[in-house]
Design a protein around this ligand. Structure first.
Ligand code: SAM
Length: 288
């Protein structure tokens, strides 16, 4: 599969719920690699079984990732290809893999993305919030004070804000969004691609009320999307023409030298030139 004599690491996206979302290319890569590095090998063994595959699995999670670099690099050096998958969606996106990919790239190894499902992209694609610019902020901190501080740091951002959230904290997070960001428009994508996929929208306060009325709405996995801050309208630029400014100053009884100084400070240019212009204007006023 590799073009060079050393192998490649394939970073393979897997489904976030609906198993049909695994791409044919992902299935082919998983069938052909010598080793699959997976966040949770038991979980991934089920996916491989579903595909009718039996591949050697190696666990790779945030606690052993650095230690796995040498092992995986040795396999690549021997000309074998390796796949990296996470429990769901695209590896490295709020999932392990960054340390490995960084280290392999530093060593000049080939790292190949095999794109597919990603919860934040799926959520944004159907939410109806602006997507021309967005800020993905991953999971907010678990503790309330740290969470509110993080939200405060994002409060002025005009891009759509995107967070991942678990069912344990969704209510606390909505309450903090309400406190810190106020009555913004939110879209909550729940259980994407699964049986109970739901999109709810409204203010954080309204969404909390909805969850209080129907606790099922607080179950499952969430992508929280928040409309960006309203752009603060820029103060209208006042275009002042040099001659009009000088004329107004002279009419107010300001001297030629002072008027030239004000014009140079406000509008730039050489004070000498402004002086000459102010002098000419004064002469013209006199002759009228
Ligand atoms: N790597 C994954 C991706 O590409 O989206 C994300 C992994 S992260 C550990 C798990 C979080 O992603 C969940 O807590 C939830 O916020 C979001 N997520 C994953 N699957 C989801 C789904 N089917 N519906 C909504 N959110 C989901």
């Amino acid at each position: 599969m590799s073009e060079s004599s050393s192998g490649a690491l394939y970073v393979v996206a897997t489904p976030i719920g609906n198993l049909d979302d695994l791409t044919p290319r992902a299935a082919r890569v998983l069938a052909e690699v010598a080793l699959v590095a997976a966040e949770d090998t038991r979980h991934s063994a089920r996916l491989l079984r579903h595909l009718g595959l039996r591949r050697p699995l190696l666990s790779l999670h945030e606690h052993n990732e650095a230690a796995r670099v040498e092992q995986i690099d040795a396999r690549l050096a021997a000309g074998e290809d390796v796949a990296l998958i996470s429990d769901a969606g695209t590896p490295l996106i709020s999932d392990p893999g960054y340390v490995l990919v960084r280290a392999l790239r530093e060593r000049g190894r080939r790292v190949v993305p095999v794109p597919g499902a990603c919860a934040l992209v799926a959520a944004l694609s159907a939410a109806g919030l602006p997507t021309d610019r967005f800020l993905f902020a991953g999971f907010l901190p678990a503790r309330g004070a740290a969470r509110r501080t993080r939200l405060e740091a994002l409060a002025a951002r005009e891009e759509t804000l995107v967070f991942y959230e678990s069912p344990h904290r969704i209510r606390d997070t909505l309450a903090d969004i309400d406190t810190v960001l106020g009555a913004r428009h939110l879209v909550l994508a729940r259980e994407l691609t699964k049986a109970f996929e739901t999109f709810l929208e409204g203010s954080a306060e309204a969404l909390l009320a909805r969850m209080a009325a129907d606790p099922d709405q607080a179950r499952g996995e969430f992508v929280v999307m928040v409309a960006g801050a309203e752009a603060v309208a820029a103060a209208p630029a006042v275009a002042v023409e040099g001659e009009a400014l000088l004329a107004a100053l002279l009419a107010e009884g300001v001297g030629v030298k002072q008027a030239a100084g004000v014009a140079a400070r406000l509008l730039g240019g050489a004070k000498k030139a402004w002086y000459a212009q102010a002098q000419a204007l004064k002469e013209a006023r006199k002759s009228h």
